[in-house]
Design a protein around this ligand. Structure first.
Ligand SMILES: Nc1nc2c(c(=O)[nH]1)N[C@H]1C(S)=C(S)[C@@H](COP(=O)(O)O)O[C@H]1N2
Ligand SMILES: [Mo]
Length: 369
């Protein structure tokens, strides 16, 4: 027996609804979902690396919407990709398995496409479910492989476009009575995508909460807001001698909680919008960040540090965000003092920003001019 005999044969996949007519349609739907997912993923990347690419500081719900779309289109892609792979499965095993250079290139690019697309959907889903089964830090790897996937998709679309155009106008091949029609499989794929999107979107759109049976968000915490990382997990305890330090031009200024409470207080209705896709709104109240530094218009960037030694314990604030009137060092949520799990005594909150940048348990603000 030769090793190639162990590889499945096309005849083992008799599904008669498979083939070009179905594949072109599911492929188009998948392409649109992936492209949307990629663009919103890029937006998320730029948000998480402020300064890389200028993004507006509004609308306040911008990130909540774009990241909701990112996660939802990713989840909707799962059934579409499954049906797409099913529709072309026999081709994977067509002989010769390797063949000449051109065939190798063509099959190699499809292999990269399938592997990177599956990788993105699996790691994204696991991250949203907060099941960190993979041994690497998610964001840079998910981001790098996204380029691989979108590149492979672009090549695939360029190569297949003439065929896809033809197949979109081709009549549906007839089937024997009682056989599954291609259009039914296409509808099932679409239905699967809609069900996947709707049942997981209750944490993004309140209107979908009643049907959001598979919605995923961080464990619900005090004051009606989820907690991504608790004070215990971060090793943070309430410090009775807490003081805010602002370092600017080689000098340090400290303020106690009482000092901050004596300053003018501002309220802003803003969401915590997590990279995992969920968002929760609250009225935050505290001191405008711009009122804590001299000449905020002349600031290049702030580094905000917290008592949390973890990666999200440090956050960069651009001049644009610093000078937004809703950018606060928040001391209260919905009229109550912040719970320790939400960052007591003070946390950062700003519009149109990923939750990961809204650092809790702030201790120090460093000004760069
Ligand atoms: N210091 C610190 N701040 C943090 C985090 C963290 O791990 N450490 N997690 C962030 C993330 S990922 C989110 S989504 C929000 C969640 O805010 P909440 O726990 O107050 O609801 O806090 C952010 N602030
Ligand atoms: Mo988050």
């Amino acid at each position: 027996m030769k090793p190639a005999d162990l590889v499945p044969r096309p005849e083992w996949y008799p599904g008669r609804a498979r083939g070009g007519w179905l594949s072109a349609r599911v492929g188009t739907a998948l392409g649109i979902a992936f492209a949307t997912c990629f663009v919103t993923g890029l937006i998320s990347h730029f948000h998480q690396h402020p300064g890389l690419f200028p993004l507006p500081d509004g609308p306040v719900w911008g990130y909540a919407v774009s990241q909701g779309i990112h996660v939802t289109t990713g989840i909707a892609s799962i059934p579409l990709l499954a049906v797409k792979l099913w529709s072309v499965a026999p081709r994977f095993w067509q002989r010769p398995l390797v063949g000449g250079v051109l065939r190798m290139l063509e099959r190699g690019s499809v292999l990269v496409l399938v592997a990177s697309a599956v990788f993105e959907l699996v790691t994204g889903l696991l991250n949203v479910a907060e099941w960190y089964a993979f041994g690497f830090y998610f964001p840079p790897v998910h981001y790098a492989v996204a380029w691989l996937a979108i590149g492979a998709i672009a090549v695939h679309v360029a190569v297949q476009l003439p065929k896809v155009r033809e197949l979109w106008t081709a009549p549906e091949p007839a089937v024997a009575t009682g056989d599954l029609r291609r259009r039914d499989v296409f509808r099932l794929a679409g239905l699967g995508a809609v069900i996947a999107a709707v049942t997981t979107a209750g944490d993004k759109l309140p209107a979908l909460r009643p049907v959001g049976v598979l919605s995923q968000r961080s464990a619900m915490g005090p004051q009606g807001l989820p907690v991504n990382r608790s004070a215990v997990a971060a090793g943070v305890v309430a410090d009775p001698d807490w003081q805010l330090r602002v370092r600017d031009r080689g000098r340090e200024r400290t303020r106690t909680l009482a000092d901050l409470q004596a300053m003018p207080q501002h309220a802003a209705l803003l969401p915590i919008a997590c990279v995992e896709g969920w968002n929760v709104w609250a009225t935050w109240e505290g001191v405008r960040l711009s009122e804590l530094v001299d000449d905020p218009g002349g600031v290049a960037e702030l580094t905000v540090r917290s008592a949390d030694p973890g990666g999200y314990g440090v956050s960069t604030v651009t001049r644009q965000t610093l000078n937004h009137p809703d950018t606060l060092l928040a001391l209260r949520i919905d009229g109550e003092q912040l719970a320790l799990d939400h960052g007591f005594p003070a946390r950062l909150i700003a519009p149109n920003r990923p939750g990961a940048l809204q650092t809790k348990w702030v201790t120090t603000i460093e000004v760069r001019r």
